[in-house]
Design a protein around this ligand. Structure first.
Ligand code: CP
Length: 290
């Protein structure tokens, strides 16, 4: 299958190549694919990923078709495979898909049109991982030896799982922190206070209430006090430490509202970088380089 579904089968050399290309595009390099057509098929809510992909397509001169899952023939019982096969039959040059089912793309192995994964269940979100890496690389100029703590609802987070896998391969020291009920032991545990004093990157995650089968055992106020980036913890950070968050942000829970745009926050820069990473990925797939 063509496209980008997961980073697990991409070499670190290829990942660095995507980031370098995204940085060139951010620096003003241009590429156009006039006459190409793509669609974003989102079966789960999204603001950043959907509109960032659409912006990337428009920047590349690609025509974007709108798709509304709630008014599509999925509601008449059409399968995901038949929906995607339909877009292939219409002559599209690629689709972006977000779906709540882990590895939904395994059902789509017979599709010949490129597929870009905009997130599957709690498993993969490759372009989010790439934009996170681009933001880190832009800041520090390297990956090796950097210490990151990913804090919060780890067990329901496709961002955390993808980042831990690729960051370890790139030579970063990865830790997880947050409530024990969301600790899936996918990396070594560090207390948030210790992380704030020692890590180069604090990556906060939203508590993903929509994926929970059971109610959180603590209140939102208790979460903020024990596991959130408070003003006191912000003061503990090293001078060059940065704060990241894939967003959407639950202000006042995982991060104090006044810190979302603090000096050390790179949250909105991550979103800007997402456009360039997605331009790079689309371009490399269309050119046969990915
Ligand atoms: N970071 C992210 O995936 O955001 P959206 O859910 O808004 O796309």
């Amino acid at each position: 299958m063509k496209g980008l579904l997961t980073l697990k089968n991409l070499s670190t050399t290829k990942i660095k190549e995507i980031i370098e290309y995204a940085l060139k595009l951010k620096g003003g390099a241009t590429k156009t694919y006039s006459g190409k057509k793509m669609a974003t098929l989102f079966f789960e809510n999204s603001t950043r990923t959907q509109y960032s992909f659409q912006t990337a397509m428009l920047n590349l001169g690609i025509n974007v078709l709108s798709f509304n899952a709630s008014s599509s023939s999925i509601n008449k019982g059409e399968s995901l495979y038949d929906t995607v096969k339909t877009f292939e039959a219409l002559g599209l040059d690629g689709v972006v898909i977000r779906h709540s089912q882990d590895e939904y793309f395994k059902e789509l192995e017979n599709i010949n049109m490129p597929i870009f994964n905009g997130g599957d269940g709690a498993s993969n979100h490759p372009t989010q991982n790439l934009l996170d890496l681009m933001t880190i690389y832009e800041e520090f100029g390297h990956f090796e030896g950097l210490k990151i703590a990913i804090v919060g609802d780890i067990s329901h987070s496709r961002v955390a799982h993808g980042n831990i896998e690729i960051m370890e391969r790139l030579g970063m020291e990865t830790y997880i922190s947050g409530p024990e009920e969301y600790n899936d032991h996918s990396a070594k545990y560090i207390s948030l206070d210790e992380a704030c004093k020692t890590c180069d990157i604090i990556m906060l995650l939203r508590v993903q209430f929509e994926r929970h089968l059971e109610k959180m055992s603590i209140t939102k106020e208790e979460y903020h006090k024990n596991y959130g980036l408070t003003l006191e913890r912000y003061e503990m950070l090293k001078d060059n430490t940065i704060i990241m968050h894939p967003a959407p942000v639950n202000r006042g829970i995982e991060i104090d509202s006044s810190l979302v745009e603090a000096k050390k926050s790179r949250i909105f820069k991550q979103m800007t970088n997402g456009v360039y990473v997605r331009m790079a990925v689309i371009s490399m797939v269309l050119d046969g380089d990915l």
